[in-house]
Each structure stands twice: as structure tokens, then as C-alpha cells.
Unconditional design. Structure first.
Lengths: 328, 661
């Protein structure tokens, strides 16, 4: 086991060296702008292990047929050999002219899985049994013309901040598993990982001193006003009687009595280390958001808010995610 | 999840099982019945088990099986080496591999092994139909290999029928596309002059002429319609009555069986043959028989290469005929053979077992006493057969005194009985005689201009030695049933022939035999010698290995280059036809000096053209047309797009005076 590990380590070191020395070969050198169209300059082919074993079998068959001077057996061997070796062209065509158009990442907190969707585009030929491998995680997919060509992968996201997807290896062994055809994709892409949320965080801090009592227009208990209908509004909130008197549909907006507006202050969280503070603040931002509160985030160098809503939440989490680490 | 260790889906397992069936079945048809049944039962059992429960087979089930099959093979064949026992063992081991197959890695190992087993089936039978079936099995293998590729989870939900159909179609396509390269390699791959390792001989399972004639041996042949050999004559074919294909000559009779003394093959100089008149030259392509006999017309003038002519004029090959063998032979239809008979030969030719067939003996001796001359005795025997005997393939069984039973009891039989009884009578009458086995007649295929002789044309006749004339052929069967010689065994047998020898079926087979012959001629017999002469038309008289390898590499590179070009060609025409036509129009205008700027839309481009010296009615119309086709409707009609593309093609743009040509 030890020797095996040593060999594996040596091998990966060798690969790294090859990648450093032959950047054109492995496309490590720099990220590329999307879209990335795969073509013959960046597609590599090698026989698989099955391909090598199969070749050995073909060789034995060839020797047998020649030795027995049996022409039909030789013809059979030639047919099988020609069919299997010519599959290299089909294998190449499986990933030739596949285009990576876009990458999209879903919002994700550190410690969760980062869900990335890769959007591929192909011409009129359907592609089968393609595989992407990112950081050792493999996903199999088919591409058919006219479909969205969307491939979802999940990556671990241990740390807050920008996270690059790393090199994406697109490969295939279609049609017969005899040839391994691959290409490296290194798109310019980074996903923002929000800070991890503190588990069992204490409740939101008490009322901020400077926060006024205010009413917010959110779905609450008492009717506050009527506004025009938007397609996303739930049907039950439509004010049917009021609408009947107007040309357009009207929607009831309720008001909720909000007791307070809060301040989330980074520097007030004394006695905790930096990452723990960030985690707690991130949790509080989420709690405040789901409690429909207005909140202000006070960071050492910035102040965000007061505000509320997805945009504000994103701005706060983004600032938290991109705060420099403790060592800096 | 590693794809190689993922568990096989039912469809994948089914396709792999089908591949193994395809590889094993050609062998099982030939192997001992009980053994085949056992292997097949294991295969089916495994498949059913996998469909039902899918539990892994434990080692305590597998291990005894792994031991059982080699033991069975050794018990039956005596060893596990050689073609026969080797293939029997390979079949069992392949099925055993299926028993433990759970992952796609196992399945791929199965396919590799199955390919080898499939190929080895052709070492036993290289007929056209058989070979084509095995070639078709390759498509199944490729389909299984394709199905083993990992698929996304949602694609696994498709019905297996559609999936298998797709796989088979892809496999067949890959195979069809491979034909040119395969043929190229087949033709130019250098053949071995001599085998690398000895091909061990096996006990024969083929039907064919033996060196003995016991009751029933020829009967087995008469119901076998497979071709024995094919002949093409240098000149015209001799009349049917002369088509006696000489095989083993049988001297020794023990009361039931005629057999052949071994040393006659060696004493090949103890004869005198005078040819009278013309000799006939012809080429024979002899199907493998695993025996030493070569067939030739009466009387072969000389032995072909690698064969000797025995003292009884039968041709014996130095090694068993285990592959299709071609030779040229010359025969003299009119001849005089052995005008003197030495003491040893005379003793053999008069040998009779004591205490057998007293009645026949007495009859012969009576003829001798009453008639005197040899010719008269022979005529008496012929008259007896002609007047009182019937030709039938359903001959009744004979008892201890088989000749007596036949001559005075059943009185019905076929060539085997007649030749045997006739020779016995002659010997009993003191005339030296011997039985000759071989074939008589054949079917002349006028399209291919050759004669095919089937096993069912097997025949036995007699030769008597007459003072002053030497050995003379006597066919007592022709005395009973002249059609046997004139029309063949099939016509003589009448309604007693088995169903598959019915007239129209045999006629069809005789017609189709041309294809078999072509196959034999072009593929099976393609040899190192033929390969060397292949390039004679191109000025290379004897292509050596270097030439062949050079041509092999050159031609396959050419073919692969074609495929590479097809693979790498720029995907022109795969895009939208309307865009392609517009791009063509822009290219034309660019050549005339009005290149469209990358950011320029069709309308602003048209405005710029309108004020340039390229302006013409036709051009403006085309650009307007493009705008309306592209932007006025979501899906422009195909005919309109085609019309637009045609007008673009017809447009001649000229910087001075652009016009529609």
C-alpha cells in the first residue's frame, strides 16, 4: 500500500511537471473567456485500458488465424479490429465542436455544496455518454440538439469568498470504450461562496438605539393599501371588490407592525475570533431577513443599510464573504 | 462512483449474455451433446438467476464448476490441448466468466474472451453461411460494448427494446464502415509461410469416405448434402458415365467389413499403367475431411504434390486434409492397368473369410463350372442383379451371412450392397476382384462452369482383374439402376430420399453452390502464394514481405486518412441554411469591395450598398428578402429559404455593372 501511494504521488508530481512544462498540452496556463468551443487543437485521444487489452486479444486472434492459415478467421479478426479502431473517429466526434457557453452557480454558504450548472451547446449531431469531471467529481450526460444542454454538478465549498471551479475535464469513451477522448476547459468563472452560518446562534441583538419604530409594507395583519397586480402575486391577495370598481386588478397589501430596526455590528462582537464573528453575522443577516426586519450591517470599513430584501441580503453576505481573513 | 465498478443494468447484462451465446453456440453444435447441454443450462440458469434475484454467485458454487469442466474435457478427450478440447474448455470458461460478471469491467473481459472464442469457431468450419453468421455476431459484440458506456440516470429509463435496437444499429453501422479497411488488411497482411506452432490433429467428426466399408458407412454419406469437392475441367467435361471419382480401394473382407491394407500407400511403384488416347486435366478443390484421401477420376496418371499414388491407384495425401485443399490432377479415362498381377496381389484379390456365406460361394462356383470364362461369370452376375434386385436407400438389415442374406433374401440395397456382393461372387468364382469407394457423378453448375460433388454422391463399385486386360471397372449398381450413374444418387433413390433432398431444394442448393465456390476460391483459399502474385498486374512479380507491408501501410493510411478527413472537415452545411446563404452573399460582396462590417446589420448594410457603386435592383431585393425572411417570421419556410439561396448563387456582383446573370 505504501509503495502504491509512493508511485501515485510520483505520478501526480510527474503530471504536474508536465503541466507546468507543457502548458499548451494541458491548458493550465490561463482561464479562457466563454464561450469555449472544443476543436481538434485541444482534444486529446489515448486508448483506454480496455482498448489495450482488446488490442492484445486481437493480436492473439490474428496470430491464431495466421497460424492455422484460416482465412475466414483472419477476415473476422480484421473486421473486428477495423471496426474497433475506426471507433476512434466517432470517439473524437463525440466531443468535437462541443461548446461551453455559460456557467451558473447557485447561492451557497461555506460548508454547503456549490451547485454549478454548465451550459453546453452543440450543432445538429446528438452526443452520447459525455462526462465532465471537476475536482474528481464525475457526471455523465447526453446532449441532444434543441435541449438546454445544462449539466449540473456539485462541488464542495469549504471556504467563503470567491471560488474558482478549477479545470473542467470533458471526456468521453463513446462509442465502444476503447478510446479515451478528453479536453480541458478552464473558463473564467468564479462563484461567490457566502460565509458559513453559525449553528445555534443566539437570537438577534436587542433593539438598535437609533432604530425608529416603523411600519413596513409587507404581508402582515392589517390592510395598508391597494396596489396594481403583478403576475407573481398570489390569487388570494387580489382585492376582488376593489378591482371591480377599477379597470385593473388590485392587490391588497397588508402592513405588519414592526417593533424595531436592528444594527448588526461587527466590532461589537468582542471575544470571538474573526471567522466566528462573520459566521454569526451571516446567520443574523439571514434571521433578520426571514423575520422581515430592516437591518444595518456595520463592518470595520463599511456600513450597509439600513435595508431589507434580497438585494440588501446579498450585499451584506457578499461583504461578509469578501472580508479579508484573520491573518491579513 | 466509478463507472468500471458500477453494477450492470439488466439491458447491459442481457447484451453481454447474448454475445456469449453467439460466441458459444457455434461450438456447442459440434461438441458432445451432454457437454453442450450442461454449458447451455449453466448459461440460461445464470441469466434467469440474474433477472430474478441478482445476488452475487458465492464462491462455493463457482469453484466446483471451475474444476468440473476441465475434468469433463479430460475425461472425454484425454487432454485439454488441441483445437477440440481447447474450444470445449474455452466455451465453459466463457460461461463461467458470465456467472461471475457483475460490473462493466467483467463484462468487457467477457467480450474480449468471447471474440476469441467466436474466431476459433471458424477453425472448425469455414463455410460461407457459417462465416457470415459469425461476422454478424460481431455487430452484437459492438452493440454490447456500446451499451457498456455509462449513461445519465434519466436515459436509463428507456425501454430496453429501443435501447438494444439503437445499439445494434450502431454496431452494424460500425461493422459496415469497417469493411474497406478490413478487406485491405486481409488482402495485404503478410501470411505465414509455415505455422508458428504445430497445429495438433484431432479425431475427426466430419463425415467423409473412410478406409473401410461396413454396413451403413456409405448410407451416412448418402444423406449428407454437404459438398465433398469441386472440380473445374481444363477442357470439356467428360460424359457422366465416366465420372468415377476414385477414393480408397478395399481389398480385405472379414465377413462384414471391407477394409484396406495400410501398406498399399507405400508400395507405389508396383503397378503398370498404360494410358490409351487422351488424358483429362482438372483442378479439384477438396473440402476438409480430416482424412488422407484425395479424389481423382479413374485413372490418375500421376500424384499431385504432397501426395502419393498407391499401388491400387488411390491418391493419398501426406497429411490429413484439414483445410480446403486444391490440386491439379490428370486422368486417363481409357487405360490398361496391371496386365500382370503379382502373387501377393492375387492372393489379396482372392481372399475370402472362411465359414461365411456358403450359398453365395456355391452359386459362384456353380457359375464357374457351368459357364467357364470370366466374362460369362461376370455377365451372369450382372444379369442376376439386373433381373431380380431393387435399388433403395432403405435397405433391410442383414444378418451373419450378409452376402447370402442379400443375394437370396432381401434383394434390395444400394451401391454398398451391390459392390460388396459382386466382389464376393467374383472372388468365390476365382476372379481377382476388389471394392473401390469414391464418388460418382456430381452436379454441373453451368454458370460457374464447374462440377460440385456432394457427400451424397458417394459410391462404391468393383474392379475385376481379367487376364490380358488388367483391372476393369465393374459397376453392379448400374445393372440394377442405370439412373444412379446417369442421373445421380438422388434420382435413383426416388421417394426413399430424406425430405431435405427434395428436388427443388437440392436444385436451389446446387444453384447457390456457386456462391460457396466463390467464397472458397476467393477467401478460404487465399494463400501466401496467391498474395505474392496479387501485384503482378502492377509490375511486382513476386511481392515479398517488405512490399506487402509497404502496401498494407500505404493503403490503410489512405483509408484512415479518408476517415480522418470526414471527421475533421469543417462543419459546413450543418448550420442554418438561411444564415449560410446570407454569409455567402456577404462573401460575394466582400470580394467586390463592399465588406460588411462585423457590427453592421443587414438593413444598415443595405443602406450603405444603396449609395455605393454596387447598387442594383437585384441586390437590394435580396437584402430586403433576407431581412423579411430572418426577422419577419420566427420560422421562415424552407422553400423560401431555398429560393433565396438559389438567387444568391445566381447573383453576379461586378464592381462596374452588377447584374443578375
Amino acid at each position: 500500500v505504501n509503495a502504491q501511494a509512493t508511485i501515485a504521488a510520483q505520478w501526480s508530481r510527474l503530471l504536474e511537471l508536465a503541466e507546468r512544462r507543457l502548458p499548451a498540452l494541458t491548458r493550465l496556463k490561463r482561464a479562457e473567456a466563454l464561450p469555449i468551443l472544443l476543436n481538434r487543437h485541444r482534444i486529446y485521444v489515448l486508448p483506454t485500458r480496455f482498448g489495450l487489452v482488446f488490442s492484445a486479444v486481437l493480436l492473439v486472434m490474428l496470430l491464431g488465424a495466421l497460424n492455422y492459415n484460416n482465412n475466414p478467421a483472419l477476415l473476422l479478426t480484421c473486421l473486428l479490429a477495423a471496426a474497433s479502431y475506426q471507433s476512434v473517429f466517432q470517439a473524437f466526434r463525440a466531443i468535437d465542436r462541443v461548446e461551453l457557453r455559460a456557467l451558473r452557480a447557485e447561492a451557497c454558504h461555506a460548508g454547503d455544496k456549490l451547485r454549478i450548472s454548465l451550459h453546453f451547446h452543440i450543432d445538429t449531431r446528438p452526443r452520447r455518454s459525455l462526462r465532465v469531471s471537476v475536482e474528481g467529481i464525475e457526471t455523465v450526460f447526453d446532449l441532444t440538439p434543441g435541449s438546454d444542454g445544462c449539466v449540473r454538478i456539485e462541488l464542495p465549498a469549504p471556504q467563503r469568498g470567491w471560488r474558482r471551479s478549477g479545470r473542467i475535464r470533458l471526456y468521453s469513451e463513446y462509442p465502444f470504450g476503447l478510446f479515451h477522448v478528453w479536453s480541458w476547459l478552464n473558463p473564467e468563472f468564479a462563484a461567490l461562496i457566502y460565509p458559513g452560518l453559525e449553528e445555534n446562534a443566539p437570537p438577534l441583538p436587542p433593539n438598535g438605539a437609533d432604530a425608529d419604530q416603523q411600519a413596513t409594507r409587507r404581508s402582515g395583519d392589517e390592510l395598508a393599501m391597494l396596489r396594481n397586480y403583478h403576475p407573481t402575486d398570489p390569487l388570494r391577495s387580489i382585492a376582488w371588490k376593489a378591482s371591480a370598481r377599477h379597470d385593473t386588478l388590485l392587490v391588497k397589501e397588508f402592513e405588519q407592525r414592526r417593533g424595531r430596526e436592528i444594527l448588526l455590528n461587527f466590532s461589537l462582537l468582542g471575544g470571538m475570533d474573526r471567522e466566528a464573528r462573520i459566521a454569526r453575522l451571516a446567520r443574523w443577516v439571514c434571521m433578520a431577513e426571514s423575520a422581515q426586519m430592516r437591518y444595518t450591517l456595520q463592518l470595520p470599513e463599511r456600513r450597509l443599510g439600513p435595508g431589507h430584501g434580497p438585494d440588501h441580503r446579498h450585499a451584506c453576505l457578499r461583504e461578509l464573504a469578501l472580508l479579508p481573513g484573520a491573518a491579513v | 462512483m466509478n463507472a468500471a465498478s458500477a453494477r450492470l443494468t439488466p439491458t447491459q447484462f442481457g447484451l453481454v449474455s447474448a454475445s456469449i451465446v453467439a460466441a458459444v453456440l457455434p461450438h456447442l453444435l459440434r461438441l458432445p451433446l451432454a457437454y453442450s447441454a450442461l454449458v447451455l443450462a449453466l448459461l440460461i440458469g445464470r441469466w434467469v438467476q440474474r433477472q430474478r434475484s441478482g445476488v452475487r454467485i458465492p464462491a462455493w458454487v463457482k469453484l466446483p464448476l471451475v474444476v468440473l469442466f476441465p475434468v469433463l474435457v479430460i475425461l472425454h478427450y484425454g487432454n485439454i490441448f488441441g483445437r477440440e478440447p481447447g474450444s470445449a474448455l474455452a466455451c465453459a470458461m466463457l460461461v463461467m466468466k458470465l456467472v461471475e460478471t457483475e460490473t462493466s469491467r467483467d463484462a468487457r473481459a467477457c467480450i474480449c474472451f468471447a471474440s476469441f472464442v467466436l474466431m476459433s469457431a471458424l477453425l472448425f468450419d469455414s463455410g460461407l453461411g457459417f462465416a457470415l453468421l459469425l461476422f454478424a455476431a460481431l455487430a452484437l459484440f459492438l452493440a454490447a460494448m456500446r451499451e457498456l458506456e455509462p449513461r445519465p440516470a434519466d436515459a436509463r429509463k428507456r425501454a430496453w427494446r429501443g435501447v438494444v435496437r439503437d445499439d445494434l444499429r450502431a454496431g452494424t453501422f460500425a461493422l459496415a464502415v469497417a469493411v474497406p479497411l478490413a478487406l485491405c488488411v486481409f488482402v495485404f497482411f503478410p501470411r505465414l509461410g509455415s505455422p508458428l506452432w504445430g497445429a495438433p490433429t484431432d479425431t475427426s467428426v466430419r463425415t467423409g469416405l473412410g478406409d473401410r466399408m461396413a454396413p451403413g458407412t456409405i448410407q451416412d454419406l448418402l444423406i449428407d448434402d454437404s459438398p465433398a469437392f469441386r472440380v473445374s475441367f481444363d477442357d470439356a467435361m467428360p460424359p457422366r458415365a465416366q465420372l468415377y471419382w476414385r477414393g480408397p480401394v478395399l481389398w480385405y473382407f472379414d465377413g462384414t467389413t471391407w477394409s484396406r491394407p495400410e501398406y498399399f500407400a507405400i508400395r507405389n511403384n508396383a503397378h503398370t499403367l498404360q494410358t490409351i488416347g487422351v488424358t483429362l486435366g482438372y483442378d479439384v478443390a477438396l473440402e476438409p475431411s480430416d482424412r488422407h484421401w484425395l479424389l481423382a477420376l479413374d485413372m490418375p496418371v500421376e500424384a499431385p504434390d504432397n501426395a502419393v499414388r498407391g499401388a491400387d491407384m488411390s491418391l493419398v495425401s501426406r497429411s490429413p486434409v484439414d483445410h480446403l485443399l486444391s490440386y491439379h490432377a490428370t486422368s486417363a479415362p481409357n487405360y490398361r492397368l496391371d496386365t500382370t498381377l503379382d502373387r501377393e496381389q492375387r492372393r489379396l484379390a482372392l481372399q475370402l473369410p472362411a465359414a461365411f456365406n456358403p450359398q453365395a460361394r456355391e452359386l459362384a462356383q456353380r457359375w464357374r463350372r457351368e459357364l467357364g470364362s470370366d466374362e460369362a461369370v461376370i455377365k451372369a452376375a450382372f444379369d442376376l442383379f439386373h433381373n431380380e434386385f431393387f435399388y433403395t436407400l432403405n435397405a433391410p438389415l442383414l444378418g451373419h451371412d450378409s452376402i447370402d442374406d442379400f443375394l437370396f433374401g432381401t434383394k434390395r440395397g444400394f451401391c454398398e450392397h451391390f459392390s460388396s456382393a459382386f466382389t464376393f461372387l467374383m472372388r468365390a468364382a476365382g476372379i481377382p476382384a476388389r471394392v473401390v469407394t469414391g464418388y460418382q457423378g456430381g452436379y454441373f453448375n453451368s454458370v460457374g462452369n464447374y462440377l460440385v460433388v456432394r457427400q451424397s454422391d458417394a459410391h462404391a463399385w468393383a474392379e475385376v482383374w481379367l487376364d490380358g486386360r488388367g483391372w476393369v471397372r465393374m459397376d453392379p449398381t448400374s445393372a440394377v439402376s442405370p439412373q444412379r450413374v446417369e442421373l445421380g444418387a438422388r434420382a435413383a433413390a426416388g421417394a426413399s430420399a430424406p425430405w431435405y433432398q427434395s428436388d427443388w431444394l437440392l436444385g436451389l442448393r446446387n444453384q447457390f453452390d456457386l456462391v460457396n465456390r466463390l467464397w472458397n476460391d476467393v477467401v478460404v483459399q487465399f494463400s501466401a502464394l496467391r498474395q505474392q502474385n496479387l501485384l503482378a498486374p502492377f509490375g511486382i512479380d513476386k511481392a515479398d514481405y517488405a512490399d506487402l507491408v509497404a502496401i498494407l501501410i500505404g493503403s490503410s493510411t489512405l483509408l484512415l486518412g479518408l476517415f480522418a478527413w470526414w471527421t475533421l472537415r469543417s462543419p459546413r452545411g450543418t448550420g442554418d441554411p438561411l444564415d449560410a446563404a446570407y454569409a455567402r452573399l456577404c462573401r460575394k460582396l466582400a470580394r467586390a469591395g463592399a465588406a460588411r462590417a462585423p457590427a453592421e446589420g443587414p438593413q444598415s448594410f443595405a443602406q450603405r450598398i444603396a449609395v455605393s457603386n454596387l447598387n442594383s435592383r437585384a441586390l437590394t431585393d435580396l437584402l430586403d428578402q433576407y431581412v423579411s425572411l430572418r426577422y419577419a417570421s420566427a420560422l421562415p419556410s424552407t422553400t423560401a429559404v431555398r429560393a433565396f439561396a438559389r438567387s444568391v448563387g445566381a447573383l453576379r456582383v461586378n464592381a462596374k455593372s452588377p447584374a443578375l446573370a
